[in-house]
Design a binder for this molecule. Structure first.
Ligand code: GLU
Length: 464
């Protein structure tokens, strides 16, 4: 590869960062990093009516959260209008674009007539200058659009990084409007000028853009620009086989942050949606970068699998250090109005409970008993805090009031109490869990108790 690898993600800020766009961003980022190239963020905000600053902020926040760092940008298309106009002028001067004065009514009539003849509706080239052709008279006071002079014959062919060779006949393509009567450039044109100016070498994007590609290639050729390589990634489907949408659950990346997913898990999971490296399911960023060479991109659409994402997230949680987890869990508590951030035991709590959690929300749910009062269910109390164990619980409570407060001493206190009352471990352990933790299952009870302040345990055992 001789050309410097430069990729980009070009979201339109009309909403949050969608999972599909995040995946394309991830592929583009990983590909650039693999080749030691550049990754660029470009905000395609020419749809002024639908673009918002809030969406821009959210997109940038999501990229930051996923740690998809970009080397250039964000570039904003609305800040490049002069440049687009300049290229339009250049193309007009060179003859690769021309003014068209058709009124909307004329275009409607043209389409009607074509349909009536059983033809596919398309611009018929009436304002397209040709040697020896007489153009219609320019109507007074009317502002023209600018159309690209698409080649009439031949094919556009590219070797898609995902789909393989694609050929579209130029007969399928009519002369695209590149600039509206009010002087605003159109979407396909801005993309072309940007990809050219930004020297983009590889364009990875959703396959909803496949139809744009031959048009963009023709314009790039007319400009004498070096073509990027294109790769069109299939859509992500929901579990029912339809395009993934809100109907299927959260599609905004940042909702996954709220849902307690770790960015490394999202990156791992998203990477596997439409790309593979042998049978590897779990990998970190460095491995992804080392492996992501643009090969093995799947041609068929991937299906969203919430259970698999949970599995990956559980794995990442398990492998994240407690020092890193603690502040993240504290954020989830803060969102619930609980100040857990300062708890000296938070790291130890993460260590004890993280193995059983698919999300940080679940982890915070588990740890809730350490920060807010518990309310054991009546049926658990009835089943486990029986008259047979009450005397032992009282005796244990008295012991716990006096011992050194550590796991080992708590464990021996429990054992001694069991022995002196002729009980079995599960009997007292279950009762302790119900009373102190408000639930029947927990990790090893001595470890669980040791991380409470002693007073909390004594208080929750009061009155047994
Ligand atoms: N703005 C386009 C989108 O959000 C991206 C187009 C492209 O990648 O060329 O779908």
């Amino acid at each position: 590869m001789t050309r410097r690898v430069r990729t980009r993600i070009a979201p339109s800020p009309t909403g949050f960062l969608h999972l599909g766009t995040a995946r394309t961003a991830l592929f583009s980022w990983a590909f650039a990093r693999h080749h030691g190239g550049d990754f660029i963020l470009r905000i395609e905000d020419t749809d002024v009516a639908r673009s918002t600053q809030e969406a821009v902020d959210q997109i940038i926040a999501a990229m930051k959260w996923l740690r998809l760092d970009y080397d250039e940008g964000p570039y904003y298309q609305m800040q490049r209008l002069d440049r687009y106009r300049q290229v339009v002028e250049q193309m007009l001067a060179e003859g690769s674009a021309y003014h068209c004065y058709c009124t909307p009514e004329e275009l409607d009539a043209m389409r009607e007539a074509q349909r009536a003849r059983g033809e596919k509706p398309r611009y018929d080239g009436r304002w397209r200058p040709e040697p020896g052709k007489t153009l219609p008279a320019v109507p007074d006071g009317m502002k023209p659009v600018v159309r690209f002079r698409n080649p009439l014959d031949g094919d556009v062919t590219w070797n898609d990084m995902v789909k393989g060779p694609i050929t579209i006949s130029n007969r399928e393509l009519d002369d695209l409007i590149i600039c509206r009567p009010d002087g605003t450039p159109t979407y396909n044109f801005c993309v072309v000028v940007d990809d050219w100016d930004m020297q983009i070498s590889h364009v990875l994007r959703g396959d909803d853009h496949v139809n744009n590609t031959p048009r963009q290639i023709n314009i790039l050729r007319a400009l004498g620009a070096e073509l990027p390589q294109y790769g069109h990634v299939p859509m992500i489907l929901g579990p029912d086989g339809d395009k993934l949408s809100k109907r299927h659950g959260a599609v905004s990346v940042m909702q996954y942050q709220e849902g307690g997913y770790l960015p490394d898990a999202m990156v791992n999971y998203l990477a596997r949606l439409g790309w593979s490296h042998g049978d590897d399911e779990l990998f970190d960023r460095d491995q992804l970068i080392a492996w992501f060479d643009g090969a093995h991109l799947a041609r068929s659409p991937a299906q969203w699998d919430a259970a698999k994402l949970n599995w990956v997230n559980a794995h990442v949680i398990k492998n994240t250090s407690d020092a890193e987890l603690a502040p993240l869990v504290a954020q989830h508590f803060a969102a619930r109005g609980i100040a857990a951030a300062a708890a000296p035991t938070l790291e130890a709590l993460c260590a004890l409970f993280k193995d059983r959690c698919a999300t940080l929300v679940e982890l915070a749910d588990w740890l809730g008993m350490y920060f807010v009062e518990v309310s054991p269910r009546e049926e658990d109390l009835a089943q486990h805090v029986t008259d047979a164990v009450r005397p032992a619980l009282r005796a244990l409570r008295d012991r716990l009031a006096e011992i050194d407060w550590d796991k080992g001493t708590i464990a021996s206190s429990i054992k001694e109490t069991l022995a002196s009352h002729g009980l079995k471990m599960p009997q007292i352990a279950h009762a302790l869990r119900v009373l102190v933790c408000g639930r029947v299952q927990t990790p090893s009870i001595d470890a669980v108790l040791a991380l409470f302040p002693r007073e909390t345990v004594l208080r929750r055992l009061q009155g047994v």
